[in-house]
Design a protein around this ligand. Structure first.
Ligand code: SF4
Length: 118
């Protein structure tokens, strides 16, 4: 049971949110390029409008949702755990930089032995 809790990881981290946004942005750029090359009846202003709408729908909006989920999931561990007060806590990845392990509100990987004040 406790091992199951220790293995729990968050749906997103800041790094994964940014990485996926970069992949999706690249896909939007490729799609916009293909459309501009092969859809000859589309005028330039409409192409720009569609590209901006696609960028918002495929890149920005999912980023906002992922970040909201990240904030909700990490709210407890960010505020009120021993790790959140430790200098080895890396909030963007919700990790212990000393042990290179994810931290949750249920588990302190070092069990407090390596804690150092910020
Ligand atoms: S050293 Fe210990 S208390 Fe500090 S972040 Fe890592 S697991 Fe948490």
């Amino acid at each position: 049971m406790s091992e199951e809790k220790n293995e729990r990881q968050y749906t997103n981290t800041v790094g994964s949110i940014v990485s996926w946004a970069i992949f999706r942005a690249a896909a939007v750029i490729v799609a916009a390029y293909v459309v501009s090359e092969y859809v000859s009846w589309l005028d330039y202003s409409t192409w720009w409008l569609l590209t901006l709408i696609m960028f918002y729908a495929v890149v920005l909006h999912p980023m906002q949702i992922q970040y909201r989920i990240y904030r909700e999931e990490t709210a407890k561990v960010m505020d009120g755990t021993l790790c959140s007060t430790c200098r080895h806590f890396e909030p963007t990845g919700v990790m212990c930089s000393r042990l290179d392990e994810h931290v949750t509100e249920d588990s302190i990987p070092c069990e407090g032995e390596l804690w150092e004040p910020k």
